[in-house]
Every structure is written in C-alpha cells, then in structure tokens.
Ligand binder design. Structure first.
Ligand code: MG
Length: 199
C-alpha cells in the first residue's frame, strides 16, 4: 500500500505558505508505515519542534489501474474520509532551502492519520477540521486546483494505482502547529469520521 499526497491544491493554502500556485500537481509519497489508523493517538516525535496539522480529504483506491483517463478516474475510488497530513514544518523548511526531498518532514511514522472511510457523497463535498472543539479548517472540493479525477489521472501516468492505496488530496488554509494534549476531529459534511489525540 502506498500513500500518495498532493501539495498546494488550494490557492488560499499555497498563499499562506508563500508558495506559487502550481500549474501541474505537486506529488509526494508517504510510506505505508506513516499510516495512523482511526482512533490511534499521534505521538509527538522528538526530531521536530514544529509539527503542523493539514486536514485533507482522503480517497481510497478501489481497483488497480494505470494511465487512467480523467473521465474514467471516478471508477477507481469508492470511499472517502478526512485525514491529517502531519508535517514537520521546521524540517520541511530546511529541506526546501537546500533543495532536498521532503520525505523525512512528511513521511515519518504516524504522519498520515486517517478517519473512518464512508461512501463518496455527491459533489461538491465540504469538510472541516476542529482542534480542541474549534473549527480551524474548512474545505470545499470546488475550491481545489486539481480535482480528484485530475489527480488520479495524473498520478496514474507515473505510478500504478493499487487497490487500498490512499490519496491525500491537499489542504485548504488554516494549517497550524500542534501541541501535546490537542485533539482533532474531522467531518465530511456533518458526519464525524476522524478523531486524533496528540500525546
Ligand atoms: Mg498536505
């Protein structure tokens, strides 16, 4: 199983980190060991002093495929949830400055928290993330730069998609640091799917 992530897929988030709005999807991977299963706590790692949450819609790939045309891409995913792309922002900043890959800042153990998967609701899909009971992020799929189907099609030109792969589809604005003791809840529409405590 692999975890495919897209960066800077909402204009307002690209702007909050002073990044240009991409013309092609910015793709990176997390290893399967990054997956944090529903209900499991996230343990703050000792190699970073600035871990950020990024609340994202996550798709589950339902059939194998490669070179998928956008008009057929919807046949390759059948479930959705909210996940958190935990990011060691201090390491990422250092790696960006050096032109190094991001893997250690993005792919560490537990960095891909996922909620409970549910069937895909009709578009546009709205979702939200609450931190300690207060809404900190809100997203609507109509504000994505690259749609689910465009992401699937693009990625499948490079990587064969396999059943069970996960796709983190990017974060809207409102990312921020986490602290030990925080708790996060994610919602697709009104339905709670994600619950993560920081220990
Ligand atoms: Mg992200």
């Amino acid at each position: 199983m692999k975890i495919i992530c897209i960066g800077r897929n909402y204009i307002d988030h690209a702007k909050e980190l002073n990044n240009p709005v991409p013309k092609e999807p910015l793709i990176f991977l997390k290893p399967d060991s990054a997956q944090l299963l529903p209900g499991k706590p996230f343990f703050y790692p000792n190699f970073s002093k600035e871990i950020h949450y990024e609340g994202e819609l996550v798709l589950k790939i339902s059939r194998n495929g490669r070179h998928i045309e956008p008009q057929f891409a919807h046949k390759y995913y059948d479930k959705i949830t909210v996940g958190i792309d935990f990011t060691a922002r201090d390491l990422q900043q250092k790696f960006k400055e050096k032109g190094w890959p991001w893997e250690l800042a993005k792919g560490f153990d537990g960095s891909a928290a996922i909620g409970r998967f549910i069937p895909i609701p009709p578009s546009p899909i709205v979702y939200s993330l609450r931190k300690n009971g207060e809404q900190v992020q809100w997203g609507n799929t109509k504000d994505m730069i690259f749609s689910f189907d465009q992401i699937i099609s693009y990625v499948s030109r490079f990587f064969t998609l396999k059943m069970g792969d996960l796709v983190f589809t990017g974060t809207p604005s409102g990312v921020g640091p986490i602290q030990i003791g925080d708790s996060f809840e994610g919602f697709v529409g009104e339905e709670q799917v994600l619950d993560v405590k920081i220990l």
